[in-house]
Design a protein around this ligand. Sequence first.
Ligand SMILES: Cc1cc2nc3c(=O)[nH]c(=O)nc-3n(C[C@H](O)[C@H](O)[C@H](O)COP(=O)(O)OP(=O)(O)OC[C@H]3O[C@@H](n4cnc5c(N)ncnc54)[C@H](O)[C@@H]3O)c2cc1C
Length: 406
Amino acid sequence: MPDYWAELPEDKAPKGRVLLPKDARESMSDGGEVAIRTMSAKARADGVDIRTGHRVQRTNVDEYGAVIGVEADMALGETVAFKARKAVIFASGGFTHDVAMRKNFLSVPVFGGCAARTNEGDFVNIGAAAGAELRNMNYAWMCPIVLEKALNDDPSLIGTFSPSGDSMIYVDRNGRRVTNEKLAYNESAQAFFTWDPAKSEYPNLVLIAIWDSRSQQHSASDEYGRFIVPEGKDDGHVIKGDTLAELTNNIRARFKKYANRIGNMTIADDFEETLKSTIRRFNKFAMEGKDLDFNRGERQVELLFNGPAAESPAMPNPTMYPISDGGPYYAALLTGGSLDTKGGPVTNPDGQVLDHTGRPIAGLYGVGNCVASASARAYWAGGATLGPILAFAYLAAKAANTEPSA
Ligand SMILES: Cc1cc2nc3c(=O)[nH]c(=O)nc-3n(C[C@H](O)[C@H](O)[C@H](O)COP(=O)(O)OP(=O)(O)OC[C@H]3O[C@@H](n4cnc5c(N)ncnc54)[C@H](O)[C@@H]3O)c2cc1C
């Protein structure tokens, strides 16, 4: 797998960083299944007591302010206290599923994401109460997502890692392309948050993916959060039309359905006409193999994320194929979302949580998306979230193990 920024001159090793678990089912991410299964089996074999259903809400401290344990609330309101033998290490994820934190901290309007459903930013509050300095609160690991799944809080939502379909484009509410559809997901998500200072609005907050029967036939899959799914399989988000006119009407109706959730956004009166000329232009690019507007398919990683496609007839650029003159046509409403957020208490390389003077808070450690990520805004490559998390978790565990036993 190439790095997501393989073309940058300072990337001297543009391939070969990505590691996959031995038993992963495909060449791309398996969503963590193997890691969770094998690591929890190993932990249990080592005598670790794994408890779910315990929501840690606060730390317990000694008379000097050192963290000596935690308290967890249970579903029925009961509270259980745990004493730490050496230290407490939080790994409780980000705040994707806390609407108030999303609105207050992220710098762009995000409707949701695909982090573990229980990630509600608890360590932001717990860490702050213990005196932690917060950082990177405005950043998230980002990804396009299906708007309706986010608005409906649908637990099946998965970020669109792989925007499959060669005869597929994204257009704005006017029917114009505004971005390269095949960009790596973190960068692709930024296209939704373009700010129009003259109108004081996010004109691309909702973009419309449009495809034809070729992409439907050859690129449908329910893997990697693809919005082109096999017909009848969780396809409530798919808008259909036998002609572009019918598709336009149905897209307009879908915008209307969600108007009060998306700032009364609607599609332009001349959407269909503009869409037709957008398709003509895209089809010319597809025939010639060069996207003169957005350079689609020119970076290595875009080929990786292209997803399944028809093998023939081949076009010069494998990410582009002319959209058919005849229906049926399909569409889906997309917006920018989060895999999870990446802000929280600041830590040092040993995972010790720091206060505002840069001093470690005794006994308190954090790793993963619950603490400030070293990556700030960047998403370097596949594994850019889990790779550093595993490395810093190892360092944190090692450092915590050197703490005196209580
Ligand atoms: C579909 C999908 C595919 C992905 N693929 C990749 C990939 O290929 N490579 C990669 O590097 N990254 C990938 N990621 C991102 C990666 O999964 C996350 O960044 C990573 O899991 C974060 O690890 P974490 O330990 O910080 O938090 P999480 O894995 O989110 O775990 C946090 C845990 O803490 C629990 N929790 C929350 N609050 C509390 C509380 N108060 N008390 C007790 N427990 C609590 C939650 O229930 C959850 O189990 C993917 C993400 C998704 C959604």
